[in-house]
Design a binder for this molecule. Structure first.
Ligand code: 5GP
Length: 123
């Protein structure tokens, strides 16, 4: 599949500083910030700075440095947000079936309460 990245998506605008965000962590290749509509007491979005649409795009085309940095950042967010003991969930929605709203790869890091079973029935 050929991935087409839309540089007008909202996270691209956040990365360019055109829209404010509540930053949790910044690294060379990654930005983590709080979701504007949190679904749990902790709801952080972790995004690569590079133009990747979704996880499989990133996994195939990103450099080793980007992939390592991004995964380390997810781990650091879990630690910084105090989720290691109580547990957490990470989710990355992709495409139509995944109901991805923003076409820039993001990992949701959720925690701070019991999160229930993994999937709700489809609506
Ligand atoms: P998706 O459905 O694509 O997996 O998740 C997109 C997420 O981005 C949603 O949880 C939504 O609340 C969040 N979001 C959308 N627009 C903004 C924004 O402008 N700022 C922040 N911080 N989060 C946003």
């Amino acid at each position: 599949m050929a991935y087409v990245y839309d540089d007008q998506n909202i996270f691209a605008k956040i990365l360019r500083g055109e829209i404010p965000n509540d930053t949790v962590l910044e690294t060379d290749h990654t930005l983590a910030f709080r979701d504007i509509q949190p679904q749990a007491p902790v709801h952080v979005l972790v995004i690569p700075r590079g133009p990747y649409v979704c996880y499989d795009h990133f996994a195939r085309e990103a450099s080793d440095a980007e992939i390592i940095d991004f995964n380390r950042a997810v781990g650091m967010v879990c630690k910084m947000e105090g989720l290691e003991d109580g547990g957490y969930r990470i989710i990355s929605n992709a495409g139509e079936a995944g109901v991805q709203e923003v076409p820039h790869l993001h990992i949701h890091v959720l925690g701070g309460r019991g999160l229930g079973r993994m999937l709700q029935p489809a609506r």
